[in-house]
Design a binder for this molecule. Structure first.
Ligand SMILES: [Zn+2]
Length: 312
């Protein structure tokens, strides 16, 4: 069955050129991410993917951040070669010599549009499927290794810078909803989560809980300390890794963190916890922190949380 697992697996095995000198050519995964990004932003709405300015720009921007620098960028490489994978098809303009597609301009001239096989296009209409496919693409091609914290952190930072730039140069072509989803880009959020979880070694900073399955599924969230919706701040230092329960409790203001990274518990709630350590018993304990001090959460973010979220 061609479901999200099928495509996650397929995308992790894309045929790409690899060499010691030049590194892995990751044009194909970046093209797929770009297409998913445009679907999420409401720019691609039907299964005809044209060589539009939006696609070229999105591909180039992602290439700048996550492309293999020793390789030449350019949308025309993967746009053409993705055909060999079976899920991507191109409708060429009549009488166009396919072999002449060596630049983006020629791609524009020669291609009517590309389309995905129906099963894939339909899956990508669903937010959860998109999320799962993006997660697995990023894991397979960009940052699967916990020893790569620095790299993931840098990508996360670069995407933060890039999105500030995108926020500024957004045109009026998009409606309000597309603008919103552009800012909350699925790819940017995935890198944020990955960076934060790597940094905290997949443990809840509050209770230390760590549950993983197949190095892909885990019980913790990458939580924003100052809410993303308000501050657009996806730096690691505005992030903290929390299990589902403590993420909810943090966002609801049942606990906060002081200047010494000590946990402060609100007095305004009741709890029964016959089988696990009650939240209230964590009062005064030090938060579990990343091993690298430069990734510690920012005290200023916690101060904001104490003032604005904590239920005193
Ligand atoms: Zn927890």
């Amino acid at each position: 069955m061609k479901d999200t697992s099928y495509y996650s697996n397929l995308f992790s095995k894309l045929k790409v050129s690899k060499s010691k000198e030049l590194g892995t050519a990751n044009h194909k995964p970046i093209l797929i991410l770009s297409v998913i990004d445009l679907i999420t932003r409401g720019i691609i709405t039907n299964n005809q993917i044209t060589v539009s300015d939006e696609l070229i720009n999105t591909f180039d921007k992602y290439w700048d951040v996550i492309g293999t620098k020793s390789r030449k960028g350019g949308l025309h490489y993967p746009f053409f070669h993705l055909q060999s994978e079976g899920f991507w098809h191109i409708v060429f303009k009549p009488d166009y010599d396919k072999l002449r597609i060596t630049t983006i301009n020629k791609l524009r001239l020669g291609v009517e549009y590309a389309y995905l096989e129906d099963e894939l296009f339909n899956l990508l209409q669903n937010e959860n499927s998109r999320q799962e496919i993006v997660e697995s693409l990023i894991s397979a091609w960009f940052a699967d290794n916990t020893s790569e914290i620095e790299k993931v952190a840098q990508i996360n930072q670069d995407l933060q810078d890039l999105s500030s730039e995108l926020d500024i140069c957004e045109t009026t072509n998009y409606d309000a909803q597309s603008k919103e989803s552009l800012k909350t880009s699925i790819i940017r959020n995935t890198f944020f989560r990955k960076a934060v979880l790597h940094t905290y070694e997949y443990k809840c900073a509050f209770c230390g809980l760590k549950v993983m399955k197949l190095s892909k599924y885990h019980i913790v969230d990458g939580a924003h300390i100052k809410p993303f919706g308000e501050f657009r701040d996806s730096r690691i230092k505005n992030g903290i890794s929390l299990c589902k329960n403590h993420h909810w409790a943090f966002d609801t203001g049942l606990f906060t963190v002081d200047e010494q990274y000590k946990i402060i518990i609100s007095k305004n709630f009741e709890e029964e916890s016959p089988n696990a350590q009650p939240m209230k018993s964590f009062h005064g304990k030090i938060l579990y922190l990343p091993s690298l001090e430069k990734f510690y959460p920012e005290l200023e973010s916690f101060e904001w949380h104490r003032q604005n979220k904590f239920d005193k």
